[in-house]
Design a protein around this ligand. Structure first.
Ligand code: HQG
Length: 185
């Protein structure tokens, strides 16, 4: 049996919760790079009333619209590729040169604070940036009335700030100071 679309979304949200934020809530452990054992994950999901079969997990990982999760080659381990807040994880992404410009989609109610403090990671380990406007709009819409900020990544990089890219293409950095931000009207 394949998971239907609703079940896929629910399961993806559950996996995001335990693989990014609260592994302890179902008694699993993540290593520093975010990996956890697939068999233990599936056992603990049964115990916590979210049963999932191995083939359903594999299908979900491969078909996930944002490629949020990654399986090891032998399918023995799984991780979320970005978005972590758990202190068990401290991913060491290689620093790479970003494109000259990246986008950040947010909600109008955050703008005053962002123009005061810059973009901060909050509970997550990094600020998330998008490579294109369409993606940034989708990210911002999750929070309310969408506003787009342009990030002068070329200048940030020249000034020595580090950038990383998760396996699913999402760009990451520690903090974006205000001077590199332009609000797109
Ligand atoms: C805002 C999703 C006030 C920031 C997406 C955002 C992404 C500030 C919110 C990934 C601020 C945090 C991450 C400041 C930043 N004052 N608000 N100084 N600095 N903010 O969800 O970037 O579907 O933690 O603008 O696609 O929205 O989960 O971050 O609105 O890739 O795979 O604080 O999550 O991916 O919200 O999204 P989030 P995000 P998934």
């Amino acid at each position: 049996m394949k998971l239907n679309e609703k079940q896929q979304i629910q399961t993806s949200k559950f996996l995001s919760l335990v693989l990014r934020h609260k592994p302890e809530s179902i008694g699993i452990q993540l290593d520093a790079e975010g990996w956890t054992d697939v068999n233990i994950l599936l056992q603990q999901m049964i115990k916590h009333k979210n049963p999932l079969k191995l083939n359903e997990l594999v299908e979900l990982v491969l078909s996930n619209n944002k490629q949020r999760f990654q399986l090891s080659e032998d399918h023995s381990k799984i991780r979320a590729v970005q978005g972590h807040s758990s202190s068990q994880v401290q991913r060491e992404y290689p620093a790479i040169t970003p494109p000259d410009l990246l986008y950040h989609g947010t909600a109008s109610r955050f703008i005053d604070s962002i123009l005061d403090q810059g973009l901060i990671a909050g509970d997550r380990h990094h600020v998330h940036l998008s490579a294109d406007l369409t993606t940034a709009k989708k990210v911002g819409q999750r929070h309310g009335k969408v506003m787009i900020l342009l990030v002068n990544t070329k200048q940030m990089h020249t000034d020595g700030q580090l950038f990383y890219q998760a396996e699913n293409g999402v760009w990451l950095t520690e903090h974006v100071p205000v001077q590199y931000l332009t609000l797109l009207e």
